[in-house]
Ligand binder design. Structure first.
Ligand SMILES: Cc1cc2nc3c(=O)[nH]c(=O)nc-3n(C[C@H](O)[C@H](O)[C@H](O)COP(=O)(O)OP(=O)(O)OC[C@H]3O[C@@H](n4cnc5c(N)ncnc54)[C@H](O)[C@@H]3O)c2cc1C
Length: 357
């Protein structure tokens, strides 16, 4: 088993680390305090090639593998989880869905502009009455001549904030949007697509979270993503990709918290000594390091599995594939209990919720 990173991966990691230290961390506190979605920084992130990092170069992406993409997300997440969401949504939810389910025409139409940051995409699954139970969507797409009319409402969308009224963002009309339930991609039409900023978040204040009302929004046939009637599968597949990115971002948060804790423990003096010299504090830091490393290794394994094209959803091993060893009882009894355990821990095939399944 080889746990080392390649030279290219180390180089990308170092570049992302420098970028985070110099640009992301420098703005994080102020953006969080003022609840500012920093579009200038989002554009700098795009210029680094991080939006659409896993998109092949022929569509304007950086063509990175998943492990390397995870390294980038870890670094940006270490500096500011709010800005990390821009990468996760754009790359994992939006670009990867178009890459996987889009027609060649859709890929050429949307991906280059999403990768360059000219357009920002969002993923619209959650509704006012539908969160974890994502299959229970109320938003409807009705067939009309040449396309579909969509009616309904969506909430808590990262990167879906209203941008009208800001002179610098007028070109927003060209931004790509992804909406459920049929996972439809379309261009923004301000007259029928009303958006307002979601309020009341406990964190991620510098990220852009919006509610969207769709009132007879027209989507042309050629903009529908994936087969008609298969929108739920497309959405679940997008979430699979998103979870890897969110996990990588969380590893970054752990690392950031560990770094800050170590630094503080060396600066803070109590009873004439830095608190880092106290055994209890050392034990807490060691525990943080241990858990951060464990999370990082699990996430790397998920990235490696994605790179190998392996399914990343856990499936219990079939009892017949693990021959029971006779120990303290008959083999038959042991294999029965193994089967019972396996059955009782099986996850629902459609995942448990939009954020954690
Ligand atoms: C910062 C942020 C960004 C987001 N961005 C997006 C986005 O870009 N696009 C998008 O579509 N959505 C987005 N979401 C929405 C997110 O996916 C939903 O919040 C999530 O699906 C949960 O839905 P809910 O909030 O309605 O909670 P509910 O589903 O109403 O759940 C409420 C509570 O009940 C619990 N619960 C639910 N089901 C069960 C069960 N079967 N057993 C036991 N407990 C259960 C939950 O754990 C939770 O504690 C975002 C959310 C946040 C916080």
């Amino acid at each position: 088993m080889d746990f080392s990173l390649t030279d290219e991966q180390l180089h990308v990691q170092e570049t992302a680390r420098d970028f985070t230290n110099n640009e992301v961390i420098a703005r994080a506190n102020e953006n969080a305090r003022t609840h500012t979605f920093d579009l200038e920084l989002a554009q700098m992130i795009a210029d680094q090639g991080y939006l659409g990092a896993i998109v092949p170069t022929e569509y304007g992406g950086a063509g990175l593998d998943y492990v390397t993409y995870g390294l980038v997300v870890q670094e940006v997440g270490r500096g500011d989880s709010a800005m990390r969401t821009v990468i996760s949504v754009q790359t994992s939810l939006v670009c990867s869905s178009i890459l996987k389910f889009g027609t060649e025409e859709q890929k050429h139409k949307y991906l280059p502009k999403l990768c360059s940051g000219e357009w920002f995409g969002c993923f619209g699954l959650t509704e006012p009455d539908t969160g974890s139970d994502a299959a229970n969507q109320r938003t409807k797409a009705t067939k009309v001549d040449g396309g579909w009319k969509i009616n309904g409402s969506k909430i808590v969308h990262l990167d879906g904030q209203p941008l009208e009224g800001r002179d610098d963002l007028r070109p927003d009309r060209r931004r790509a949007r992804l909406q459920g339930p049929r996972r439809v991609s379309r261009r923004h039409r301000p007259a029928r697509l009303r958006r307002h900023r979601d309020q009341g978040k406990m964190g991620l204040h510098a990220s852009d979270t919006a509610a969207i009302a769709l009132d007879d929004v027209f989507c042309a046939d050629e903009d529908v993503l994936g087969p008609i009637g298969k929108g739920f599968s497309v959405a679940m597949s997008s979430l699979d990709s998103g979870r890897y990115s969110v996990a990588s971002g969380c590893v970054g948060i752990c690392q950031g918290a560990l770094d800050a804790s170590v630094e503080y423990s060396k600066e803070r003096i109590q009873w004439g000594k830095p608190i880092a010299s106290f055994q209890l504090v050392q034990s807490m830091l060691a525990e943080m390091k241990l858990r951060t490393d464990a999370a990082r290794l699990l996430t790397f394994r998920a990235g490696w599995m994605k790179d190998q094209g392996q399914p990343t959803r856990w499936r219990p091993r079939s009892p017949s594939s693990t021959p029971a060893r006779p120990r303290n009882g008959s083999p038959t009894r042991r294999s029965r209990s193994t089967a019972a355990r396996a059955t009782s821990t099986t996850t629902p095939s459609n995942g448990c919720c939009a954020t954690c399944a």
